[in-house]
Design a protein. Structure first.
Length: 311
């Protein structure tokens, strides 16, 4: 049996790769290589989701590229957070959380000090601000939060929910979206007399586009799984033929007949397959096929749930 590897990446349906990012800032983007694996991957994911949100919002190409770079750099301040906090396997204490929150101002300072990074400070500085004034580091309200930061905040919150952090549990896609939708609603903690106490934490318009982005991603994932299942099915049919030939061979008593079936069976084997590992490979094929069929059912359910969500 040929080794079957899935190449699907949930965030691969992206427009970020279509932009020729200014080579003069490539070394700055390489700063992310100094971050822990989770944070680096998170930054890449948030940039990609941000790109797709910008497309759904029909924003200009130049602004989309700008947003993508801001998103790449949104957590760059975590370079200065102690690894004992950044990579802590359990939930942060209140004191540690306050230290973690400083990554916004630390990222801002890093960007401002570098002429090439300076245009992209908004992602680092504002991505934890909330429209109703409950965010940090400044407690700004909607009118004072750049639109690019509002987009990045939605992308950041979504990716943080659906991907595992050391002390967090993975949350299903539709459940994550429900939590994000809840953040568009007024909060009792919002400061009064700002004019934005009923604004919610995040922008409804952007969240509506997020639902479309997620549905696109799931449909792409489904198309990849469908193609993978087709490959599995063909291999299962091949193994069923081999199994039939093995049973016929086992019923033979003459050596020439046994040799005939052995040669026939070998014609169906791919590299690395043989009679010794046949049963194990056959079981792995069936298990993979059943798992992917189950994944398809689950993803179809997710799409139905998401399409019924109201923002």
């Amino acid at each position: 049996m040929k080794e079957l590897k899935e190449t699907f990446n949930f965030y691969d349906q992206t427009y970020i790769k279509s932009y020729n990012l200014d080579k003069s800032i490539q070394y700055q983007l390489n700063l992310l290589d100094s971050l822990d694996v989770y944070t680096r991957k998170h930054c890449e994911n948030v940039a990609t989701i941000t790109c797709n949100l910008c497309k759904k919002l029909h924003l200009p190409r130049g602004f989309t590229e700008y947003c993508a770079i801001c998103a790449y750099l949104h957590d760059v301040g975590k370079l200065f957070i102690p690894s004992s906090i950044l990579q802590k396997p359990s939930q942060l204490t209140d004191e540690e959380y306050e230290t973690m929150k400083t990554h916004t101002t630390l990222g801002y300072k890093l960007c401002i000090k570098d002429a090439k990074l300076r245009p992209y400070y908004a992602g680092a500085y504002y991505h934890h601000e909330c429209l109703d004034g409950t965010g940090y580091p400044q407690g700004l309200v909607k009118k004072d939060i750049p639109f690019e930061a509002q987009i990045i905040k939605v992308a950041d919150e979504y990716d943080a929910l659906v991907n595992k952090r050391q002390y967090k549990s993975h949350i299903g896609i539709s459940d994550a979206l429900k939590m994000i939708i809840d953040d568009t609603k007024p909060s009792s903690n919002a400061p009064k007399n700002t004019g934005f106490s009923k604004a919610g934490k995040i922008n409804k318009k952007i969240v509506k586009k997020l639902l479309k982005v997620v549905i696109d991603d799931i449909e792409y994932e489904l198309s990849c799984i469908i193609e993978y299942v087709k490959i599995l099915k063909k291999d299962i049919e091949r193994f069923e033929k081999i199994n039939s030939l093995i049973r016929k061979k086992d019923s033979c008593k003459k050596e020439n007949q046994i040799n005939y079936y052995n040669e026939y069976i070998n014609m169906y084997f791919h590299q690395g397959e043989n009679l010794d590992n046949f049963d194990q490979l056959y079981k792995e094929l069936i298990d993979a096929y059943e798992l992917k069929k189950s994944n398809m059912i689950d993803l179809h359910k997710e799409i139905k749930i998401i399409k019924r969500l109201k923002v």
